[in-house]
Each structure stands twice: as C-alpha cells, then as structure tokens.
Design a protein around this ligand. Structure first.
Ligand code: Z57
Length: 818
C-alpha cells in the first residue's frame, strides 16, 4: 500500500493501490481483459489509466487553489497542439517512471513496446503546434494558471507513406482505440452560430440571428508539470449537431437526410488542415477557427463570472494568447459578446479587448498571412464584419490623431477602405491586442522593419520579442536517458526544471574521461537510431559516419534541396576519387510536404531518387548513405535528435521565424550547421562562434539580392561542381533516364532561386568539408558537443514561459532555482 498524502478531502476514504496493483485493476475492470489475453495496447491503456488516476487529485487541487487565490489565468488559444505520446511524459513528471518500469518487467513486458503502443497525438503541422505542446508542459512546471484551448480533431496530420519515392497521404486515426488521457465533459457545451442576419432595436442594440449552429463539446486532458503538483488543463472542442437528429425530417421517413445533417455538423472538427505556411481560404477552415475561438471565449468568461460580476476588469484577471492569427476572430467575437450580450458600448468593449488579448506572430512569409474574402466573411459572420468595420473606424481616428497619412492607414486597417476585398487577420490581431510578439530576436526585428512596419510606428511599445524554447523534460530527460543520467551524476538533477544549471558541466568539456563517457552515450543513441532506420527502410548504417540530420516540414525556404544538391556533389567527389580519405557520412531526411505543395513533394522524390543511386553504388559503400524516413512525427524526433551528430538548420536567412528543432539538437549534443536565421542567431550568442557552424548570407544580404532580382546563372557558371549536379539531375542520372521529372525543379533553381540556394551553395559546401575534418579530431568534436549541451540552458521553454508571464501576461509563476 502506498501512503500518498491526500491533496483533497474527497479522496480520504479511498483505498490506495500501489501503481502495479492499480494497473492490474484497470486491466481487468477498465480494459476488461485478463493478463493471458492482454496485448501491448491493453497494458498501455491500463497503465495510462493508473497514471491518470494519480494526476486527478493534483488536478482538482490545482483548480481549487487557482480559484481560491483568484490567480490570474492565462489562456493559450491554438489551432494546433502536437503533443505526441503522453504516457512517458506523465510518468516522468509524476516521478513514477522507475516504478512503472519495475512493474512492467515483473510482468515480463517490454517497457518500450508498452510505451510505443500509444498513438501519437499529432494535432498539428509542425513547429507552431509543437511549441504549443512545450508551452503546456512549461506552464504547468512554472505554476502558471494556464489552460490550452484547441480542437479535438478526429484525424490529425495525415500519415505519410512513400511509394516509388513519392509522398502519398494516408488517413490518420489516432482515436480509433480511444484516448486514455481525456475526460469527456458533456455538460460543457456551447452553441456556435454561423450565417444569418443582424437586427438592431430602437436603441441601436444589435442582435445576431445565425441561420445555422453547431455545438462545441469539451474534452479535457490533464497536463502535469515537473514533479506533478501543478496540473493544468488542455481543453479541446469537438463538434456535434445542435439538438438531436431533426425529428420532423425523421418522421417524414427521411432518416438518411437527418443523419446527413449530423455528418455535416461534425465535419468542423473532423480533420486538421495539413497546410503549413499555406493558409487555406476555405469556408470550413474559417468555421473551424470561429468554432474553437468562440467556444473558448464563452468558456473562459463563464469561469470569470464565478469570481467576478462584471467584465470591466477582465484584463486584470485574464490574459489570452492568440497562437498566430488562426484565433484572431477573438477580437471581434469578444467585442460582440461584450456589446451584444453584456451591454457595453463599442469603445469600452474595444478597450477591454485590448487589455485582454495578445498575439504571437510566427512567420513573415507574405503568402502565409491569413486573409479572408470579405464576402465570405459577411456570409458566415455578418455581425463580426460590422464590428470589424467599427474597429477600423476607431483605428482610423487614432491613426489620424497620430499623424499617419491616408495611404498608410489604408494599408494597415483590417479591411482596405477602398478595395474592400479582404479581411486581413494579421492587421486585425495586431490592432486588437495589447502586445504582439515575435518568436526570436531577429524575427521580431524583421517584424518591425517589414510586415508590421507602419503598425509599429503607430504603437512603438506593442511589439515585443519572446524567443521560443523547448521543454527539457521531453527533449532531454525522456528522449535521452543516457545523457540525462550522465549529467545528473555530475551536477544533480536540479537542471530538469532549471536548465541553466547545465552550465556546471562546462568545465568537463575538456575532461578526457567525461568526453569518453559523453561520446559513449552518443554512440548508443546512434545505434538506436540506426536500428530504427534499418527497421523502417532496410538501409544499414555505418555508425562511424557523421549522422547528418534534417528533419522538419519540407519547404523551399528550409532548403532541403540545398542539402540534397550538396549530397550529390559529395557523391560526385567521392566517385571521382574513391580511394580518398573521405569522412563517412549518413544524410538523414524526414518531414511531410503539404499535399498541395508540388515542389515540396518533388524534393522528397529527388531525395529518394538520389538515395537509390547512392546507396546502391559499390564505389561508395559505407562512405555515403542517404535516407528518407517516412512519416516523421514527434516520437520519431525523440529517436533522431539524440542520435544526431550534425543538425541542419539551413533556411534562407530572414525566413525561419525561430526554429525549435535547432534547440533540441544542440541540447542533445549535435553540432549545428546553419545560417544566421531565427533562433540560430541567439544560439550563436550562447554557445559561441567556435561551437556552431554558420555559413552563407545574412538576412540583409538575402533581402538585397532578392530586391535586385539577381539571377543564379552567373554563379552556376563559375561552379563546375554545381553545374555537374544540375546536369545530372536534368539528364536522368537519378531518374532512370527520365529527363522530364526534374524540369520544374531545375528551372526553379537555375532561373529564379527565390530562396537563394545557388549563392549560398559554395559556403555551405565549404562548411561541410570543414566539419568532415573536425569530426576526425574526435576530442575537439567532443568538446564542442559537450559545450553545446552545457550552454543551451537558456532555450528551455520554462524560461520562455516565465518571460511571457512577466512581460506579457503579468501573471504569477514560480521562480526558478533553489
Ligand atoms: C509553423 O509551424 C510556424 C510558423 C507558421 O506561420 C506556421 Br502557419 C506554422 C513555425 C515557424 O516556421 C518556426 O520558425 C517557429 O519556430 C515555429 O512556428 C514556432 O514559433
């Protein structure tokens, strides 16, 4: 029996099992199986339910404490949460991991198999969604009263299969066996309206009469912080038909028509849009955004009214963070609720809104900025459109007062006053928020200089930087137990929630014994990675090779194609001199392409085509291998990152807002080859120039070259190596003689090259060869590797969250350190 202290009265009379007893009880009574017939998933469910039980007291206790202390609440609204598997996270944060392992072993079960039986919850596309997940962990760890709000998509990001080298999208069904972590809250339900018309009474008070509505039903997941005492909530909304199936239709005998209504309503939370940096101008997407934003606002206001009786001081007690513009409809929706439901006049409603909402921008790519056709908006959200026009009116008067000219103002209002074509969500979010933040120092500066230049002159204190971070629990403690144990042995385990303590291993960077032990951990992690590659692709890797890894969404600005061009050039160089003293290398790629992004899919095909030729060339042997791992996800990253020697962060300078994979790799001791882009710039400042490998143009040089529309042809002429690569891609060397396949690819790179692969190629190549030489000096490499781990403490998302809490939310949190 386990003498756990009771956190809440209601549990005093309950019998408490050991974890193992609890798992066995759940296996029988919740899963409904006996040991003899239980498979890995059954054990996974039983263990998850046992762990979930242990989270609930802390959860209820946290909820009561926040309510009683009237602690300021923070709401993180995000279309995406890439939380991955949760069992190991929860076991770790609750301090139950070793007890669970001992128990599973006592039952002759393989721990990894049981943990891996959980489906990856991939309710997101990439960095933006994973950041939201890291923030959930860090808000709980730092004691912020934080709640995440999003959509409970029935289908997350598609599964990526690779057939004949091409990406094929397959359906994903993470909920097919249920979700052990969630609690359905059938009583928490809101009616979300669309369409219809607006009436005004004699006092001018507006009423919106939607023509259709759906219900948003809440599902909660407890999110425990480090050591498990503070447990926050991730609340995801699921769509359901309003009311039961329409009985009139049913009675008419048209059962199928009634059922169809239900299907239509439920499509809203059916599937995640798989675009990344490509906003879909689709009605369903707009409805998804409205659906979860409106439900979340209603829910947080209902909670507010449990403590307060009017909304005047909302911003003192509540901070809402909009993760990109996806929930930017919160601006007019909150104003609408204040005016139409609570009788505030417009000016007062706008003021309260601007004390409560905050907006994070994650990209400067012009094509990624959300805008909606005004007509679609009017159709679906007639009242919101009226309010946006009022916001624009008020904004216009402010701007005139501040001396801006009409042309400038027209460019930064939500709707251009003359063109009246689009609702520009970035402008709307900016105007309606108290603070607007970028996600790295460089990105924030560029926001001020480019997309938000004029809005920034008008509100010079609104834009603020909050450099991203990653949770050290998942991205060191859990994914790299070997390194975690080694570090803890040296400096204790205080680093887990105070990552800057990693500094204390700095003196060991030159210690021969420590270097040897650190590199032994790396070697074991490389072996684990190689085993995965063998299982998934059949390719056998040489573990003496540099494991060179680029894993992220496939996008031109991230320049996977520059990496594969360099790979081909290296292949040519080895082939030209097969007996040379080559440093063996493994090029590993993984990542999904947006289904409609043809060029990105072609890059995947090219990687696979090159892999086929290189991996089967007897002249090359172990000196070079190329691997594309299908279906990249969070769980795969947890294997790849600890096993990498080299991290590819090679985006065109000025285009990667921050990056967060870059931080995970460096923390786990991979050296970075990268451009001066996003958070790489700050990583350079922290690890020092001799420990990170920066090449290529900076953001100013890129902008200047793009502005000049400089052509790549001049440069290609001067580079025989690059010329040879282009020729081979064109002549079918990698495409079984097919000279057509890469026509678009070649014209893109040789004629336009918007993302400047050609001008950066030579310095990229040179830096790669420099790294080859460095890898041969194993002590030097080890020293730099250790210094990367030691100096990455600042990039903990705990630091990021405390900074948001202090500088944006004005919300209390636990301070770090002893
Ligand atoms: C997304 O994952 C990001 C930005 C977007 O505008 C969209 Br849409 C999706 C990423 C950035 O590309 C990364 O640089 C950044 O680290 C991440 O968001 C988190 O801020």
């Amino acid at each position: 029996m386990n003498a756990m202290p009771h956190k809440i009265d209601d549990t005093r009379e309950l019998h408490e099992d050991s974890l193992g007893e609890s798992v066995l009880r759940h296996l029988i009574y919740s899963v409904g199986k006996d040991k003899a017939h239980a498979d890995a998933r059954d054990w996974n469910v039983a263990l998850s339910l046992a762990v979930r039980d242990r989270m609930v007291e802390g959860w209820i206790d946290t909820t009561r404490r926040i309510y009683k202390n009237k602690q300021k609440r923070v709401y993180y609204l995000s279309m995406e949460f890439m939380i991955g598997r949760m069992l190991e996270d929860n076991l770790t944060n609750l301090g139950l991991l070793s007890e669970a392992k001992t128990f599973l072993k006592s039952q002759n079960l393989d721990v990894t198999t049981v943990i891996n039986a959980e489906q990856d919850a991939a309710l997101g596309n990439g960095g933006l969604g994973r950041l939201a997940a890291c923030f959930m962990d860090s808000m709980a760890t730092t004691g912020v009263a934080g709640m995440g709000y999003g959509i409970r998509y029935q289908h997350g990001i598609f599964r990526q299969a690779v057939e004949d080298g091409w990406q094929v999208e397959e359906p994903e069904d993470w909920l097919f066996a249920g979700n052990s972590w969630e609690f359905r809250r059938p009583e928490v339900v809101y009616e979300i309206g669309f369409g219809g018309h607006v009436t005004h009474d004699e006092d001018g008070k507006a009423t919106w009469h939607p023509s259709e509505s759906v219900q948003a039903v809440a599902f909660d997941m407890p999110i425990a912080g480090w050591e498990g005492d503070h447990v926050n909530t991730l609340r995801l909304w699921s769509a359901r038909q309003s009311g039961m199936m329409n009985l009139d239709t049913f009675n008419d005998g048209d059962f199928m028509a009634a059922a169809r209504q239900q299907v239509l309503a439920e499509t809203i939370s059916k599937v995640l849009y798989p675009g990344d940096h490509t906003p879909q101008g689709r009605e369903l997407r707009l409805k998804q955004e409205v659906f979860f934003t409106s439900a979340s606002l209603h829910d947080l206001l209902r909670r507010f009214f449990a403590n307060y009786d009017n909304l005047d001081t909302l911003g003192d007690h509540v901070a809402v963070q909009l993760n990109d513009t996806h929930p930017a409809i919160a601006v007019p929706e909150l104003i609408r609720i204040l005016m139409d439901d609570h009788g505030y006049d417009f000016d007062h409603a706008l003021k309260i809104t601007r004390e409560t909402l905050h907006y994070t921008n994650h990209t400067l790519l012009p094509e990624a900025l959300e805008k909606w056709p005004r007509d679609l908006f009017e159709q679906i959200l007639p009242r919101h459109l009226q309010i946006i026009n009022m916001i624009d009116g008020a904004f216009y008067r402010e701007a005139i007062e501040k001396g801006l000219d009409h042309h400038i103002i027209a460019g930064i209002q939500a709707i251009h006053p003359h063109q009246q074509d689009w609702v520009r969500m970035g402008n709307l979010a900016f105007i309606g928020s108290r603070k607007v933040n970028g996600v790295s120092a460089l990105h924030t500066e560029l926001m001020k200089q480019t997309v938000f230049h004029d809005l920034h002159t008008m509100y010079p204190d609104k834009i603020i930087n909050q450099t991203n971070g990653v949770t050290p629990r998942r991205w060191l403690l859990e994914c790299n137990p070997g390194l975690s144990d080694l570090v803890t042995e040296q400096i204790g385990d205080g680093w887990i929630d105070d990552l800057e303590q990693l500094k204390e291993i700095e003196p060991l960077a030159t210690d021969a014994d420590f270097q040897q032990r650190y590199m032994a951990v790396k070697a074991a992690n490389k072996q684990r990675l190689a085993d995965m590659v063998k299982t998934r692709t059949g390719v056998i890797l040489n573990s003496d090779a540099i494991f060179d890894v680029q894993i992220k969404r496939i996008h031109e600005y991230k320049r996977q194609h520059m990496n594969i061009l360099e790979t081909i050039a290296l292949y040519n160089a080895i082939k030209a001199n097969p007996d040379g003293d080559w440093q063996p290398r493994v090029k590993i790629f993984a990542g999904k392409a947006a289904p409609s992004y043809f060029f990105a899919k072609l890059i995947i095909k090219l990687i696979n085509d090159v892999a086929k030729v290189v991996n089967n060339d007897p002249d090359i042997g172990d000196k070079l291998k190329v691997v594309f791992l299908p279906n990249y996800n969070v769980s795969m990253a947890e294997i790849l990152i600890p096993g990498a020697d080299l991290s590819e962060q090679i985006s065109t300078a000025g285009f990667e807002a921050s990056g967060t994979g870059n931080m995970k790799f460096a923390l786990n001791g991979a050296l970075t080859i990268g451009t001066l882009d996003g958070a790489n710039v700050e990583m350079l400042e922290h690890v020092d120039a001799e420990n990170i490998f920066i090449f290529g143009m900076n953001a100013d040089e890129v902008a200047e070259r793009q502005h000049r529309r400089a052509r790549p042809s001049e440069i290609i002429k001067t580079s025989p190596a690059l010329q040879q690569v282009m020729t081979q891609i064109g002549d079918g060397t990698f495409s079984d003689g097919d000279t057509d396949r890469y026509r678009d690819f070649l014209s893109n790179v040789t004629e336009h090259d918007y993302f400047q692969v050609v001008p950066d190629f030579q310095s990229y190549w040179d830096m790669q060869r420099h790294l080859d030489a460095l890898y041969g000096q194993s002590e030097k490499w080890a020293e730099k590797t250790i210094l990367n781990t030691a100096r990455m403490g600042w990039f903990s998302s705990d630091r990021t969250i405390r900074s948001y809490a202090d500088q944006i939310w004005r919300a209390p949190h636990k301070t770090s350190g002893p």
